[in-house]
Ligand binder design. Sequence first.
Ligand code: PMP
Length: 426
Amino acid sequence: AKTNAALMARRRAALPAGLGQTYEVFADHAEGAEIWDVEGRRYIDFAGGIAVLNTGHRHPKIVEAVKAQLDKVHHTCFQVLAYEPYVELAERLIAKAPGNFAKKAFFLSTGAEAVENAIKIARAATQRQAVIAFGGGFHGRTLLGMALTGKVAPYKAGFGPFPAEIYHAEYPNPLHGISVADALRSVEHIFKYDVEPQRVAAIILEPVQGEGGFYVAPREFAQALRALCDQHGIVLIADEVQTGAGRTGTWLACEQWGVAPDLITMAKSMAGGFPLSAVIGKAEIMDKPLPGGLGGTYAGNPLACAAALAVLDVFEEERLLERSRAVGERLQAGLRALAQQHPEIQDVRGLGAMVAIELFDGGDHSKPAVELTKRMCAEALKRGLVLLSCGVYANVIRILVPLTASDALLDEGLAIMGEALKAAKG
Ligand code: PMP
């Protein structure tokens, strides 16, 4: 019989070290919010393939839609011969994006590509070069994605030089001493110290920082950035690769801003596990690059488009936005109860079902509990729960459980989190 240990040995021999792996487990099959490994062990999936499985593993409607598409056509390259599901998906996503203006959308395969393309479009539209991103932000592993990312190790270390004209401002994070006013001042500092606003093409931010630690940008911060962008003719980009597709209780997190970004990037859960990403935005900006300047051989693959259309149907039929808010409330309530027993948990936060706890040794905010966080994840895995950590300080545990998970399964996962923390403290 296959074992995780034997497969890990083969993996180590054949694959480079730079390809990280959180747990030494090989999946065999999965369903809903559960995974079984090659040794027959069952796990509750609180990681969701890093925010990809809001509709769960192998949702029957999505599997059925992909199978049906597979029997018709599975590749033409959209820029050679088109197919309707691509256009229908663009129409439906445009209708769901905020902003009282004409919009267009097109597709790529990965989150990093969507981000790259949003920057390309902003530069072409403004004929400017500079881009402002935020410390702690994550935007992908391509050259431009790395340059925009605001975390050195492990994402940027050793991979430079990076593209020029990328500047980092501070992201609001009161827990770590950065107020909204501080963050806005740091943008003004870039205008003073580094580049005049008339040369800035775009400001890109995650509505909730994902890899950076599940820090939520307050509404007033987004509104202030919107005003700043309007004042200086800068394109505002919401990177919704992790927050999008219903994770935060609305289809897009930026719907909760009360102001609309010019461009939005999506990926991950939008196609329920099939490789698809999108740039959605203001038509007059989206139309600026020359024909042929956008696209890709696999971009907007028919199977992925069929999956994404099924994801939209499932969200409507199963009222998953409501469910996202309910899942978030249930998780936060459970984690708050846990925080009462464990002073190490100093923050329980989130937006919709994008929920996290932040751990500090002895509850001291100057001591991020890096080792405790690692041990808690390891203890959870032993007890059959897949947890993910994140954060600039590596002391955050985030939950990205499928929104289709039952309350019973959520409670089972929460109980394991409690046992795991107890065990991790020793
Ligand atoms: N942007 C954000 C906000 C992300 O969370 C990620 C992935 N974690 C990316 C971009 C990059 O996506 P991908 O890995 O699909 O390239």
